[in-house]
Design a protein around this ligand. Sequence first.
Ligand code: TRP
Length: 330
Amino acid sequence: MKTVLSGIRPTGNLHLGNYYGAMVNFLKMQEEYKCFFFIADWHALTTHPDPKTLHSNVKNILSEYLACGLNPEKSVLYVQSDIPEIAELYLLLNMQAYLGELEKTVSFKEKARQNPNNVNAGLLTYPVLQAADILIHNADYVPVGKDQEQHLEMTRNYAQRFNYKYGVAYFKEPTAFASDQQMIKIPGLDGSGKMGKSEGNAIYLIDEPKTIEKKVKGALTDNGPEGENTSKPDYIENLFTILKVVSTPEVVDYYNNLWNTGATKWYGNLKKQLAEDIINVTTPIRERINEIKNDDAYLHKVVTEGTEKARESARKTLREVREIMGFKPF
Ligand code: TRP
């Protein structure tokens, strides 16, 4: 069976964009593939997170993953820092990673420009650690967005170089997961292209109904269409994009018709409907998140079992890699 692997840094809560862009696909993948979903807490270290909040951030994401329906009976769920084999593979793969290439990585250049006083070696070799995450399970598919494609390409380079250097066909070359339909991109409420935590325009799965109503109410609109059958400006199109994923086709048609007739003064109703339908989607998830977060015994069980499965797979890879490279026990 093909293997899918996905990692997420524990730096915030899941929002609607994560849910429709990634989670909905994960839920399908876990039925069809052998899936590894892990929380990349080592990757979060590049920005020196506060030790007081590191653990609760990991716990949040884990609770949210479980509340959304990732099933620990079907998928392997774990925390990166529980798998020391990843760190060892990272060390070994560093020998396949060249300074010039690392320095040219888009994500590295961007971070170095944003934080010129924190250009640490961990930041430079971030893609090598990511490659170790992926190759430790010899994953076939990695469901990632555009911003991660370069890291995946670097992973393939390291896999290829390793295979070539040692004359083996050991590592597979992982590819971005291509689902039949494009990954759905959920826009922000501020008229910008994409919902994101750094953009400050996100609706989170844990947001209370009141918060959601307030955020939707505050979404950018204008005075209404300037005639019949005009095209929608981006910020109005964005509201319809979200409506399409949370509402029924009838509701979407209803508001599309209003737009097309050139009527005005219905944005208030649209926003009310949109908020209500978002709340309908998020409420059961939010309730589940809060239950799971308070169930330490359950979280402990999930992580213990996930760690064991992940380490079993990781140990096997490392044993084989060591052998290929010429490490021998006395
Ligand atoms: N770099 C990824 C991100 O910022 C997170 C990540 C770490 C990851 N290791 C991974 C994603 C392995 C996929 C596979 O989104």
